[in-house]
Write a protein that binds this ligand. Structure first.
Ligand code: NAD
Ligand code: UDP
Length: 309
């Protein structure tokens, strides 16, 4: 198949591209290189079934494809909050442009949505039926509301034009090739621990997240894309084992043998207190279950970061 990956040079995008290229598909990667790097595509750049195009999804594009994965959006709070207008434009205008392309090509299109749809959730774990608790004017809204509007657009293109859509709600995912300066918690803690720098905990560290290894996530995205007709999601993809940030810091310290001190910093605005996916829908409809638990998965990012710093 001819597959378009938007956001191809990013963390998840580059792993997805590698997986699709290795199974023999013709893959076109597009990216505006805002938080992505061409070096992330090093392993595929010489493959005859891959090509890259520098393109910003806020602009329309013309290309013939069978499948579209839309991952084009900065994902780290540090980066999306630096350029909030660009972030919401990437989500909304990017979704419209790629949905138009899918409609013209009769292509299937998958949206990389997010657990941020649930905001600061009042229930835990979060099932897909939960509508969320999002501040529409806060500092995270450019991302959260952009992704929520994208889901609306996906379902409206499905209802109005019959576009073949799939929507994945991705929970915090980590792994090798995360940008060292990404600013998200796993990459920050691993980098700080390896350098014996203070580990920066925002707030009191009692907030929770559930961390999914990139290999499990990519497997889930591909399973969703190829799931039977008539299943559109949204479907949660994440590892349901929940950790506090204090627990994460202590595991990272232990695995790296680090002398880092713990340093407490103010909690950023609207930071969700808890996040844990209910993955029963993915288990039932996709036969998907994350295989890599946190300690094992952290070893892969630790050894990757060791080789890069
Ligand atoms: P990332 O920042 O590494 O990748 C995003 C990629 O999109 C980058 O290469 C960036 O340059 C590109 N991009 C941004 N704006 C663009 C635009 N306007 N046009 C073209 N390209 C653009 O982040 P990631 O972790 O790989 O996330 C990929 C996708 O998955 C994002 O859509 C994100 O919202 C979603 N997601 C990720 C996580 C996670 O934990 N990693 C969780 C939930 C959702
Ligand atoms: N966090 C932290 N220290 C850091 C970076 C993040 O304590 O150096 C916290 C952050 O406040 C949040 C959690 O870790 O509660 C996850 O943050 P991240 O930016 O990875 O993603 P989020 O799930 O908030 O989008």
């Amino acid at each position: 198949m001819k597959i378009l990956v938007a956001g191809a040079a990013g963390f998840l995008g580059s792993h997805l591209v590698e997986s699709l290229v290795s199974t023999g598909h013709e893959v076109i990667g597009i990216d505006n290189l805002y938080t992505g790097y061409l070096s992330n595509l090093q392993r595929v750049q010489t493959k005859p079934n891959f090509r890259f195009q520098n393109h910003d999804v806020i602009n329309p594009l013309e290309i013939n494809v069978d499948r579209i994965f839309n991952l084009a959006c900065p994902a780290s709070p540090v980066h999306y909050q630096k350029h909030p207008v660009q972030t919401i434009k990437a989500s909304i205008m990017g979704s419209i442009n790629l949905l138009e392309l899918a409609n013209k090509n009769h292509a299937r299109i998958l949206q990389a949505s997010t657990s941020e749809i649930y905001g600061d959730p009042n229930i835990s774990p979060q099932p897909e039926s939960y509508w969320g608790n999002v501040n529409p004017i806060g500092i995270r809204a450019c991302y959260d509301e952009g992704k929520r509007a994208s889901e609306t657009l996906f379902f409206d293109y499905y209802r109005q034009y019959g576009v073949d859509i799939k929507v994945a709600r991705i929970f915090n995912t980590y792994g090798p090739r995360m940008d060292l300066q990404d600013g998200r918690v796993v990459s920050n803690f691993v980098l700080q621990a390896l350098r014996n720098d203070p580990i920066t905990i925002y707030g009191d560290g009692s907030q929770t997240r559930s961390f999914c290894h990139v290999n499990d996530l990519i497997d889930g995205l591909i399973k969703l894309m190829e799931s039977e007709d008539g299943f559109h999601g949204p479907v949660n993809l994440g590892n349901p084992v929940e950790f506090t940030m204090l627990e994460l810091a202590s595991i990272v310290k232990e695995l790296t043998g680090s002398n880092s001190e713990i340093e407490f910093h103010p909690l950023p605005g609207d930071d969700p207190k808890q996040r844990k996916p209910d993955i029963s829908l993915a288990q039932e409809r996709l036969k998907w279950n994350p295989q890599i638990q946190l300690r094992e998965g952290l070893k892969t990012i630790i050894s990757d970061f060791k080789s890069r710093i």
